[in-house]
Design a protein around this ligand. Structure first.
Ligand code: NAD
Length: 484
């Protein structure tokens, strides 16, 4: 059973009604029906949350700011355990809210708990250095929290992105104001409710609402010291511009058009299921989706035949049915993805295989059948733009140079997968790929909370995950002492 869903924000450890009194409906992507309401936050709600967070931090003297690092770690570890203990309920909420299959929702809840566990252990290991300097001086650096951090979370992986973003920021000692996506808030409201047991008032605040209202107010707020944003490049630019007015640092994670490159010497049996999962996971609504498969010419036809056979067997259905993929998040995304597929067909691109939408799926749900296009020209929109749906495009390459040219030939640079047994080629290619992460003979390494993640070019800047993320949530201060 789902927990009661509050149409309220969680500010200073209390449910707070929206200042404007307005709510937004929550739609089930599996059938388009309204099943709950959330608060429609505005600038006044963001203001209240920022005030609560500032009081919690208070220059290091507030109820959260003064908690010693080791104790902070203990509290965050307990919150991680609480998330793990409530994982099934959180997964049910996420499945209903986003449409994702239960197995993915369970994996997301487990990953969120793991982020808290990882960052809890790092709290008391985040330290500065002493620097060799002129005689008569001792110079040291200290890593201090920014103070109050803002987190704008997308709808595709709310729990995972909250864990890696707010989890790291809290571990570094910041107080957080989180604005989840209007399409997927429920799991984060529940996690914040669980956090009340462990965190002092104002350390973690959640304000729901529209991006153009609550999100914009958060980005522009002068009481925010750092913003972490995951979402589309267009919105990322708006957030960065708003933060720039106040000269606030920003981390942007903006998606990709990531290549999976398969050479003829690869272990194709190992590669095949990974190539498919990389685009089908979460219905292709994954920033790091492997949405382009580049195949060496000599194995193009046989590998495409195997890919098409497997792709044709994929089935979409309600998240609760736990098939290969669920519905997309909303009607807008479904229409957007359908538009890309229609454009490909209009332009004469060949569909090599299409999966099915299961008979049990409501016709009013936001479903798209997984689609595999073959021989897609590198300059086509399907090969260049982030579709954010279950659409895989395949193209052949002649040699290493062409593989690199194609792989690097989009505006994005988030991650890349490389399949080859040739060790020298693995390293040559890895060093030349424009991507924040390169995976060799795998794709994504199972998620890895420990592995720094982030992009180049239009995929954004700054790094999340791993210890690296903690550094981004701190400001480095240099202290030089003259002692003669
Ligand atoms: P979006 O970028 O508009 O939304 C992401 C988050 O930003 C949400 O919390 C939203 O409320 C907030 N937001 C929206 N407008 C804002 C503004 N003006 N100021 C501050 N915050 C704002 O994404 P979308 O419209 O929901 O999806 C559109 C496309 O974005 C997708 O098709 C996909 O290509 C991309 N996307 C990428 C990711 C990712 O993980 N990188 C996630 C979601 C969407």
């Amino acid at each position: 059973m789902l927990p009661t869903i509050q149409a309220a924000h969680l500010i200073a450890n209390r449910w707070v009604a929206p200042a404007g009194g307005a709510t937004l409906p929550v739609l089930d992507p599996a059938d388009g029906e309204i099943f709950a309401y959330i608060a429609r936050g505005n600038a006044a709600d963001i203001d209240a949350a920022v005030i609560a967070a500032r009081a919690a931090y208070d220059g290091g003297d507030g109820p959260w700011g003064r908690v010693p690092a080791a104790e902070r770690g203990r509290l965050l570890a307990r919150l991680g355990q609480e998330i793990a203990a409530n994982a099934e309920e959180l997964a049910l909420l996420e499945c209903r809210d986003t449409g994702k299959p239960m197995k993915q929702a369970r994996a997301d809840a487990a990953a969120c708990a793991r982020y808290f566990e990882y960052y809890a252990g790092a709290c008391d290991k985040l330290h500065g250095e002493t620097l060799p300097y002129q005689r008569g001086y001792t110079v040291l650096t200290v890593r201090e929290p920014h103070g109050v951090t803002g987190h704008i979370i997308p709808w595709n992986y709310p729990m995972q992105i909250f864990g890696r973003s707010a989890g790291a920021a809290l571990a570094a000692g910041n107080a957080c104001v989180v604005k989840p996506a209007e399409d997927a808030c429920l799991s984060l409201l529940r996690i914040a409710e669980l956090a009340v047991k462990y965190l002092p008032e104002g350390a973690l605040n959640i304000v729901t609402g529209l991006g153009s209202e609550a999100g914009a107010a958060l980005s522009a707020h002068t009481g925010i010291d750092h913003i972490s944003f995951t979402g589309s490049p267009v919105t990322g630019s708006l957030v960065a511009q708003a933060a720039a007015v106040n000269h606030r640092p920003v981390t942007l994670e903006l998606g990709g058009k990531s290549p999976q490159i398969v050479f003829a010497d690869a272990d194709l049996d190992a590669a095949l299921p990974v190539l498919i999962n990389a685009i089908i996971q979460n219905g292709g609504q994954t920033c790091s989706a492997g949405s382009r498969v580049l195949i060496e010419q000599s194995i193009y036809a046989p590998l495409m035949a195997r890919l098409a056979e497997a792709f044709g067997r994929l089935r979409a259905g309600p998240g609760s049915a736990d098939l290969d993929l669920g519905p997309l998040i909303n009607a807008r995304q479904r229409d957007r993805v359908a538009g890309y597929i229609a454009q490909g067909e209009r332009d004469g691109l060949r569909v090599a295989a299409r999966g099915t939408v299961s008979e049990g799926a409501a016709s009013s749900g936001y479903y798209i059948a997984p689609t595999l296009f073959t021989d897609v020209p590198a300059n086509h929109a399907l090969a260049r733009e982030e579709v954010f749906g279950p659409v895989l495009v395949a193209m052949p390459f002649a040699d290493e140079a062409e593989a690199l040219r194609l792989a690097n030939g989009t505006d994005y640079g988030l991650i890349a997968g490389l399949w080859t047994r040739d060790g020298a080629r693995q390293l040559r290619m890895a060093r030349k790929l424009h991507a924040g992460q390169v995976f060799i003979n795998n794709y994504g390494a199972g998620g890895g909370v420990e592995l720094p993640f982030g992009g180049m070019k239009h995929s954004g800047y700054g790094r999340e995950k791993g210890f690296e993320a903690l550094l981004g949530f701190t400001a480095l201060k240099t202290i030089a002492i003259s002692h003669g």
